[in-house]
Design a protein around this ligand. Structure first.
Ligand code: HEM
Length: 407
């Protein structure tokens, strides 16, 4: 099979696929892995054609291939948000959509902020943040919505503190980033949310350029003066990526993991019996839920052979990391949550040069939240039947709109 043109693409699958069970990936992924592991689809929100890559080895191959680009301005890019082309062409690329050498230079400046050692030093502070939120929950007497009481504020507070963004403004930036991550926004609403968030961050970066604080953005500005890799607009764009990437994703993983523990007492018993199992539990929840429902979009820069198919230069590609994580060729009994699993290397944080820079921070937050929540509120339970829970079927990052809980 070779690359097809747009007229063929209109008759084929529409991406994204629905989930039958809110706790499992779409059934279509298993069918595609089995029958047509590299297949054509059309992206529902934009009508753009793309290749879907569903098997673990193939996803790694694409993400590790120097002949793919993450540049969202390329005509074949599998764009999933309805941005008018004139706006798209004028936006400043963010780290996620840069190619080397620009990507390498900017990423190198950020790496020291996210090393395993640096992140370990953040544990006491993350613990304080989590304790304070749980104190507030307990004071309220319950029931609470765990998303607004815990899952959203914890990563939001952590990333605000790290970047030097005032948490007092969280209402505004959480609302803008919520819109940016929702599928099916109108062009106007999407562009307005990005513009409002950028205007806000523009003011913040400007103030740090003159009066630096003890935070990541100020340190970046300082280092960038000595060794320039970014201008003011690049820094605003980078701040947007980290502010959104730093709280939306982790927040959704907190709520899905808490729900998994609440639904299956055996999982909770296992970490209670052996608290040292928690890092493995975090890793397994990350593998299992693989919340990035938008995949990791790329464009082929040369003809690429993958899964028995030739993807032509210029074609869009969507490697689906949540399908890869459920590939039985890579993970035994992949649809089971197993804290004792020995296979490593899930692709929830991506793979290759764009692999998530905040992975260690996300792991730390999940570890502290899951441990502390069930230690301090051992009888935590759902406040509504499971069937009444509302999941983010409409978002680029999967998760929960609310998680009513009581004790
Ligand atoms: C559970 C939480 C998280 C998940 C599932 C996640 C997922 C991902 C994925 C899949 C990518 C690669 C995208 C691609 O290759 O196209 C990525 C990149 C990135 N993530 Fe995360 N992320 C999480 C938490 C965080 C946090 C806490 C931060 C904090 C700053 C962050 C910042 C970034 C940045 C800056 C990139 C771009 C890296 C680059 O392009 O070199 N993420 N993330």
């Amino acid at each position: 099979m070779t690359s097809t043109d747009d007229s063929t693409a209109t008759a084929i699958a529409s991406f994204p696929f629905p989930r039958r069970c809110p706790m499992s990936p779409p059934d279509a992924y298993a069918e595609l892995r089995e029958q047509e592991p590299v297949s054509r689809a059309t992206i529902a929100a934009t009508g753009r054609p793309t290749w879907l890559v569903t098997r673990y080895e193939d996803v790694r191959k694409i993400l590790g291939d120097p002949d793919v680009s993450a540049n969202l301005k390329l005509p074949g890019y599998p764009l999933q948000v309805p941005v008018p082309d004139e706006v798209l062409q004028s936006v400043r690329p963010m780290l996620l959509s840069m190619d080397p050498p620009e990507h390498t230079a900017q990423r190198r400046m950020l790496i020291p902020e996210f090393t395993a050692h640096k992140v370990r030093t953040m544990r006491p502070h993350v613990q304080q943040i989590v304790d304070a939120r749980i104190d507030a929950m307990l004071d309220s007497g319950g029931p609470v919505d765990l998303v607004t009481a815990l899952a959203l504020p914890v990563p939001s507070l952590v990333i605000c503190e790290l970047l030097g963004v005032p948490y007092a403004d969280h209402g505004s930036f959480e609302s803008w980033s919520g819109k940016i991550m929702t599928r099916g926004m109108s062009q106007e609403d999407y562009v307005a949310a990005v513009t409002d968030l950028d205007n806000y961050l523009d003011g913040l970066v400007t103030s740090k350029e003159t009066a630096p604080g003890d935070d990541l953005l100020s340190r970046f500005i300082e280092k960038n003066r000595e060794n320039p890799v970014a201008d003011h607009v690049d820094i605003v764009t980078m701040a947007r990526l980290m502010l959104i990437g730093g709280h939306e994703t982790t927040s959704n993983m907190i709520s899905l993991g808490v729900l998994a523990f609440l639904r299956d007492p055996e999982l909770l018993d296992a970490v209670r019996a052996d608290p040292a199992l928690m890092p493995a539990a975090v890793e397994e929840f990350l593998r299992y839920f693989a919340i990035s429902d938008a995949g990791t979009p790329r464009v082929a820069l040369a003809d690429i052979e993958v899964g028995g198919v030739t993807i032509a230069a210029g074609d869009g590609i969507l490697p689906l990391n949540n399908s890869a994580n459920h590939d039985p060729a890579a993970f035994t009994d992949p649809d089971r949550i197993d804290f004792h699993r020995t296979e490593r290397g899930h692709l929830t944080f991506g793979f290759g040069i764009h692999q998530c820079i905040g992975a260690n921070l996300a792991r730390l937050e999940l570890d502290v939240v899951y441990r502390t929540l069930f230690d301090r509120i051992p009888n935590l339970r759902l406040a509504v039947p499971f069937e009444e829970l509302s999941f983010k079927h409409d978002a680029m990052v999967y998760g929960m709109h609310g998680l009513p809980a009581t004790w």
